[in-house]
Design a binder for this molecule. Structure first.
Ligand code: DX5
Ligand code: ZN
Length: 226
């Protein structure tokens, strides 16, 4: 039996003026994980939110907090994100020279360790750290902004990463431009964890969130049957 598909709405597309309500709404609407995009204006050309925001929203949901760090350096902040309530902490392979050390640190803080790779980065960046990983995140847009179009060349990379994982207990997450149109192809290529920002928060009501998550999940499950 393959692992169940996880849908992780990215709160980057939430209404930040009502962030607490938005977290509670996506939790009730069927989100499996809460994906938190942390951006520093240095590793990526945008600034989002950081530790204090994650700390503030942590009590609002019992779902796993999937923290995607688009920051360089990441190492000085790993302990603080662990303490702020992250369950999964993902660093970018491109963000620092000592990926192996970053992953060891995340696990030492008792958290699940992830590595993200940008569209231009080869899956070979993962080859020597597979045994330190709980999650691989393949970026299907260039990180920094929600609402961009899915880069189709990443489907082949997803297939290669799936083959690299073999029977290791590593989740394969895809982030960027995933919606009802692209979810099936992503899952057919081997992903089991889907980040979706704009396609979940479209409509801006709790009812719309429920419908959007259900539609993305159904499309993803259809991809499994391909
Ligand atoms: C992009 C972020 C994504 C983003 C996804 O840098 O890592 O998580 O919010 O947004 P959509 O689903 O709108 O592409
Ligand atoms: Zn993300």
């Amino acid at each position: 039996m393959p692992e169940p598909i996880i849908i992780a709405p990215s709160i980057l597309s939430a209404d930040f003026a009502r962030l607490g309500d938005e977290i509670e709404a996506i939790d009730a609407a069927g989100a499996d994980w809460i994906h938190c995009d942390v951006m520093d204006g240095h590793f990526v050309p945008n600034i989002s939110f950081g530790l204090d925001v994650i700390k503030a929203i942590r009590p609002l949901s019992a779902k796993a907090f999937d923290v995607h760090l688009m920051i360089a350096p990441a190492d000085p902040y790993l302990e603080a994100f662990a303490k702020a309530g992250a369950d999964v902490i993902t660093v970018h392979a491109e963000a620092g020279p000592h990926l192996d050390r970053s992953l060891q640190a995340i696990r030492a803080f008792g958290k699940r360790a992830g590595v993200a790779i940008c569209p231009a980065t080869s899956e070979q960046a993962l080859a020597h750290v597979l045994d330190r990983l709980d999650l691989i995140l393949v970026m299907s847009v260039n990180p920094g902004f929600g609402g961009q179009s899915f880069i189709r060349s990443q489907l082949e990379k997803i297939r290669r990463v799936r083959a690299m994982i073999g029977d290791r207990p590593i989740r394969l997450e895809v982030d960027g431009g995933v919606n009802v149109e692209t979810a099936a192809a992503v899952v057919a290529a081997g992903a089991d964890t889907i980040v979706a920002g704009s396609s979940v928060f479209r409509g801006a009501t709790p009812e719309a969130y429920r419908d959007n998550i259900a539609a993305i999940k159904a499309a993803a499950e259809a991809g499994r049957r391909r």
